[in-house]
Design a protein around this ligand. Structure first.
Ligand code: PLP
Length: 389
């Protein structure tokens, strides 16, 4: 079945599997399909491939390979870090996180709250930034862990991870960062920053869905979340997804090599697209800080329209974009991230996220810049509450 051309601007939701990644994975379906835990070489030799992949994922964040635990996704990595902090410190029942986290964190914390844990959800400023003095003040003697994202999936806004890590170190509290949207977009050096846990997800980096990693700093006590066999050096049960691990390894290598492309070419494309959209569409605003954000993300709010209608119209033109996180698409609720930034419900409901990546080119941006203004004008024309010009 041939697919009509798509203009993919939803790289924060997921990314296309790179051909190089697929190539790295294929042998594990066709030739090397054994179980790494087996006693015979046909299976056991796969441990070398796993360790090779682990080294490459570690290199992306300047970690030691022994500090990397493969998981099934970013969600599991976030859950596992918080879970481990709580079970290794049973007397500490307080968690500090923020109001703009991904549901992989916020919903897990809501679940923990129901179990009797206390959760502080820190507010953010109107530009999406975090008041780190407030964060410092929120840490208590019974705080088990501080968990904040590095880059926001909806706005791309970056938190001051280095400063947050330093505060947590000085207060002797564990610090986890969800770097799912930061990896491959900004330089990550865990040794430099000194966090205790860091989450990664491969499908945001041109590898397949269903594989992630958790960095656990050497010396930090860790208890597994998924309990079963002794895989992952006893830190995560479950027969290893060797093909996906190999794909993740290759993707991590590529992400490291492509970091400067992301920071120059992708940033330039994003900035041109955003500037043109804001110029051509009256009553439109960017949401989130312009500077302190990842180079690929643009969140623009169009007054007088519903993002759901915009996305449907864009879909007809082959443009894939999103209204906030994929997990909330389809719900009528305005995004919790934009709401936390103090953006009105009406404006939040008109917000569209464009997220670029490795495969976006100039003509894709030309296409968006040409068609999005027409779509908004048409939708506004068909609505009673279109803004007055
Ligand atoms: N954290 C952030 C910031 C994300 O954007 C996502 C996915 O969109 C996740 C966590 C969850 O990752 P996964 O889809 O691998 O579970």
């Amino acid at each position: 079945m041939s697919q009509p051309k798509i203009y993919y601007f939803d790289n924060n939701a997921t990314t296309r599997v790179a051909p190089e990644v697929l190539e790295a994975m294929l042998p594990f379906f066709t030739e090397h399909w054994g179980n790494p835990s087996s006693a015979y070489r046909f299976g056991h030799q796969l441990t070398k491939s796993i360790e090779g992949a682990r080294e490459k994922v570690a290199a992306l964040i300047n970690a030691d390979p022994r500090e990397i635990v493969f998981t099934s996704c970013g969600t599991e990595s976030n859950n596992s870090a918080i879970h481990s902090a709580l079970v290794t410190h049973p007397a500490k029942r307080h968690i500090v996180t923020t109001a703009v986290e991904h549901s992989a964190n916020i919903k897990f914390c809501a679940h923990l709250k129901k179990q009797g844990f206390e959760v502080t959800l820190l507010p953010v400023e109107s530009d999406g930034s975090l008041d780190i003095h407030l964060l410092e003040k929120s840490i208590r003697p019974d705080t088990a862990i501080v968990s904040t994202m590095w880059a926001n999936n909806e706005t791309g806004v970056l938190f001051q991870i280095e400063e947050i890590a330093a505060i947590c170190r000085s207060k002797e509290v564990l610090f986890h960062t969800d770097a799912v949207q930061a990896a491959g977009k900004v330089k990550i050096d865990v040794k430099d920053i000194g966090m205790d846990f860091l989450s990664l997800s491969a499908h945001k980096l041109h590898a397949p869905k269903g594989i992630g990693a958790l960095y656990v700093r050497k010396g930090v006590r860790y208890l597994p979340y998924v309990i079963g066999g002794g895989q992952e050096h006893g830190r995560r049960g479950g027969t290893e997804n060797v093909a996906s691990m190999a794909g993740f390894g290759r993707a991590a290598e590529m992400a490291l090599a492509n970091l400067s492309d992301e920071q120059t070419r992708v940033r330039k494309l994003r900035d041109r697209m955003e500037t043109e959209l804001l110029k051509r569409i009256p009553h439109s605003v960017r949401t989130g800080d312009r500077e302190a954000r990842v180079p690929n993300t643009s969140n623009v709010s169009f007054d007088g329209v519903e993002a759901g209608d915009v996305l449907k119209a864009l879909d007809q033109l082959g443009i894939c974009a999103s209204s906030g996180s994929a997990c909330t698409t389809g719900s009528l609720e305005p995004s919790h991230v934009l709401t936390a930034m103090g953006i009105s419900a009406a404006r939040a409901r008109g917000s569209v996220r464009f997220s670029l990546g490795l495969y976006n080119q100039e003509p894709d941006v030309d296409y968006v810049v040409e068609h999005v203004p027409q779509v908004i004008a048409k939708l506004r024309g068909s609505r009673d509450h279109a803004p007055k010009k």
